[in-house]
Design a protein around this ligand. Structure first.
Ligand SMILES: [Zn+2]
Length: 167
C-alpha cells in the first residue's frame, strides 16, 4: 500500500476520512488513498521512421514540404497547413546549448537515476531539442557551449534514446 502523507493518515485516524485542508486556500480537500500509476502510449505510424532511425544511430526531424516548418520531435502532420506531406531530414548532431538544469528532485519513475541534467540546444538545422546532457563535471557547462546530439542506450532500462554530450 502506498505511503500517505502524515496529515492524511492523522485525519483518517481521527475522523475516518482522508480530508485535509488545502494549505493555501484552507478549503477541504479529499486525498485519494489510491496511488495511480500511469503508462502512456501513442501510435507511431506517421513517425515510425524516427524510431527506425534511432536504431541505426540517426536522429531525424521532419519538415513540411509546403510551408517549410521544421519539427522536432518529428511530426507527420503540419498543424499550419493541415497536411501530411513532410520530408525526413537527419540531424547532423551539432547544436548550441541554450539552457539547462540539473534535476535533483526526480519524478518517482526516475528515482533510480543519479542526478541528471536536462538541456535545450538549438541544432544546426534550426530546431530546438530537449534532451539529457551527459557531462562528467557540470562546472564545465558554459553558455552557448557546443554539444553533440547522439543516440544512446539508456541504462538500466536499455531502450534507445538520444542525449547531448559536449563537443
Ligand atoms: Zn506546413
Amino acid at each position: 500500500m502506498p505511503e500517505l502523507p502524515e496529515n492524511v493518515k492523522q485525519n483518517i485516524r481521527e475522523e475516518g476520512l482522508p480530508i485535509v485542508l488545502e494549505p493555501k486556500t484552507r478549503l477541504p480537500l479529499y486525498i485519494s488513498v489510491r496511488e495511480l500509476s500511469l503508462r502512456y502510449q501513442f501510435g507511431t505510424t506517421k513517425i515510425q521512421k524516427f524510431f527506425e532511425g534511432l536504431k541505426e544511430g540517426r536522429i531525424y526531424m521532419t519538415q513540411c514540404k509546403k510551408c517549410g516548418q521544421k519539427f522536432f520531435p518529428p511530426q507527420g502532420d503540419c498543424p499550419i497547413c493541415i497536411e501530411s506531406d513532410v520530408r525526413w531530414i537527419p540531424l547532423n548532431g551539432e547544436g548550441e546549448l541554450l539552457t539547462c538544469t540539473m534535476i535533483l528532485v526526480k519524478p518517482p519513475t526516475y528515482a533510480h537515476h543519479d542526478n541528471y541534467i536536462v538541456g535545450i540546444a538549438k541544432m544546426k538545422e534550426g530546431v530546438r531539442v530537449l534532451a539529457w546532457l551527459k557531462i562528467d563535471d557540470p562546472k564545465k557547462i558554459k553558455p552557448k557551449m557546443k554539444v553533440r546530439l547522439e543516440t544512446v542506450k539508456r541504462e538500466p532500462e536499455q531502450f534507445i534514446t538520444y542525449e547531448f554530450t559536449p563537443i
